[in-house]
Design a protein around this ligand. Structure first.
Ligand code: AMP
Length: 211
């Protein structure tokens, strides 16, 4: 959320979209619920259709976009490539966090049911688990249980981690430390994106097209 505000980019989080569908009891939500609760991945076809519809909206064409939690499998990355042709994504940020810290963060995480703002048992909202931003209920996610978290981490290793090599080979991957406070992590991410935007350092600029 911080990134999308700073860079004025539409924030496209597949997890947020799926949770909203579950809450609204749409056909997608009814189908997705059991996957979400168990920490399983939603079938690629379903997620790709959702992303295709979202990327078809005007704001993404004019402003660009920030994908969060997608792609999570090789098939999703292939589907994304097809959707974006003839262009491709600019930058892939890999937040690197030790597993023990991921576990500690997830079990203590609390989220606003309405706007998705993130809190923790150590940094709760000011008033009675009511969101500071929108007044929504701040709750523990159904999939932030120990069992579902273990499942999600296993799926990350088997299905998502292979994407690191794919984007590294394309010169698009930057590893960013996800340790420290939320502002520390935001600072780390901002530094990488700013450097990218100003064409300095991390990536060779896209070569000019010759006619
Ligand atoms: P997140 O909010 O990104 O942690 O996602 C929460 C849950 O939504 C995941 O555990 C999956 O059940 C589902 N989900 C989110 N994004 C994807 C995706 N790209 N592919 C498959 N399932 C997803």
């Amino acid at each position: 959320m911080r990134l999308s505000r700073r860079y004025v980019l539409p924030h496209i989080s597949t997890g947020d979209m799926l949770r909203a569908a579950v809450k609204a009891r749409t056909a997608l939500g009814l189908e997705a619920r059991r996957y979400l609760d168990a920490g399983d991945l939603i079938p690629d076809k379903v997620v790709l259709a959702m992303i295709a519809a979202r990327l078809d909206q005007d704001d993404t064409r004019t402003r660009g976009f920030l994908l969060d939690g997608f792609p999570r499998t090789v098939a999703q990355a292939d589907g994304l490539d097809e959707l974006l042709e003839p262009v491709s994504i600019d930058l892939v940020l890999d937040l690197v966090v030790p597993t023990g810290l991921v576990l500690a963060r997830l079990v203590s995480r609390r989220v606003c049911e309405d706007c998705g703002a993130i809190y923790s048992t150590f940094a709760p909202p000011k008033l009675n688990w009511t969101c500071d931003f929108c007044g929504g209920d701040v709750v523990q996610r159904e999939d932030d249980t120990e069992e579902a978290i273990k499942n999600r981490l296993g799926l990350y290793d088997s299905s998502t981690a292979p994407l690191i090599a794919r984007y590294a080979a394309l010169g698009k991957l930057v590893e960013v430390s996800g340790e420290g406070s939320p502002s520390d992590v935001a600072d780390n991410l901002n530094a990488v994106i700013d450097a990218y935007q100003h064409g300095g350092g991390f990536f060779p600029p896209t070569p000019p097209e010759h006619s």
